[in-house]
Design a protein around this ligand. Structure first.
Ligand SMILES: [Zn+2]
Length: 319
């Protein structure tokens, strides 16, 4: 005989796995139905453990991110994250020994509103609803910036060739992240300096509105000012590009990246492990740039999040 405690746990699991009575054999006897239900539940979940889900918040501003962490997974479990906040990027899930990590990043294109989130668990050839939550995304205002740029700089750094190089070399770097959390604690501001352009700013260059938005934060500082790694990671890219000048990308693992653009000198090499606060470059004005500054971007794969949001975060999955 099963104890009441075990029975009630199985009933909870039955509800959890949303087992429909319609799937059970028809019977007139309520007791028999209960017996069969329990047998069915036992068979289905006897050797399984219900995964637990944590989410860092149910409301976030554009540029922020939702963090999902799952524990007690079985080796072959797969999670499917469904929402319509965006549809141009897959919802990646990182798996590590019974724990899984997923992030829903928000950028300046995210439309404020309420979004249903559903997480499905695929286990033993079946799909179960595991977690449902309505997520709220709040909006914010963005500045409009007017830039006057020397036409020869525009021509040499924002040419078709420069964009082609950027898309060929820089974009693929962001698709693949190590399945290992390198970062620890907060991400630090990588340079001492004052903000000159905020995340998401709209820009007019020589009077014409650009189609792109400012995907990071600019910090003005003198040429040669040290630039430090915002957190532990692995250098995923360290090269000169026409558009972004001397550029470093750090993979912090599990999909998070930071980017350091327009540098003067680079001190870190591709593939190298770096620690938080390590000097990786100096401020410069290489590429499409009107004066010495660091352009600092943070992303979850292809989605450029607000760098201040990653710097406000304590680095924990449950924060
Ligand atoms: Zn910038």
């Amino acid at each position: 005989m099963m104890s009441n405690a075990v029975l009630s746990k199985l009933v909870v699991l039955a509800l959890f796995f949303n087992i429909q009575s319609a799937e059970l054999p028809q019977t007139d006897s309520k007791a028999e139905l209960n017996r069969q239900l329990m047998a069915n539940v036992q068979k289905t979940v006897a050797e399984t453990i219900a995964p637990t889900v944590t989410i860092n918040a149910t409301s976030q501003q554009e540029g922020g991110f939702f963090l999902l962490r799952f524990t007690n997974l079985l080796a072959d479990d797969k999670l499917v994250i469904e929402h319509n906040i965006f549809s141009d990027t897959e919802n990646k899930v990182y798996y590590q020994n019974g724990t899984a990590y997923a992030v829903i990043p928000l950028d300046y294109h995210t439309i404020p509103g309420k979004y249903p989130l559903t997480v499905k668990l695929q286990r033993m050839g079946k799909s179960f609803p595991l977690f449902q939550q309505t997520l709220s995304v709040t909006g914010r205002e963005y500045e409009m910036q007017h830039l006057q740029v020397n036409q020869s700089t525009v021509d040499s750094t924002r040419s078709d060739e420069a964009y082609a190089e950027y898309h060929k070399k820089f974009m693929p770097v962001r698709l693949k992240s190590d399945n290992q959390q390198y970062w620890e604690g907060r991400f630090i501001q990588p340079v001492e300096g004052h903000q000159t352009t905020d995340y998401g700013a709209k820009r007019k260059v020589n009077g014409s509105l650009t189609s792109y938005r400012h995907n990071g934060v600019d910090f003005g500082a003198a040429t040669g000012t040290p630039i430090y790694a915002s957190n532990h990671g692995k250098v995923a890219f360290a090269e000169k590009l026409k558009l972004t000048g001397n550029t470093i990308v750090i993979d912090h693992g599990l999909g998070f990246f930071t980017y350091y653009l327009h540098c003067d000198q680079l001190f870190a090499k591709q593939g190298e492990r770096v620690i938080k606060g390590q000097k990786i470059a100096t401020v410069g004005t290489t590429g499409f740039s009107t004066g010495p500054h660091l352009h600092f971007t943070a992303s979850y794969h292809l989605k450029n999040i607000n760098p201040y949001k990653i710097m406000e975060w304590n680095g924990d999955w449950q924060n």
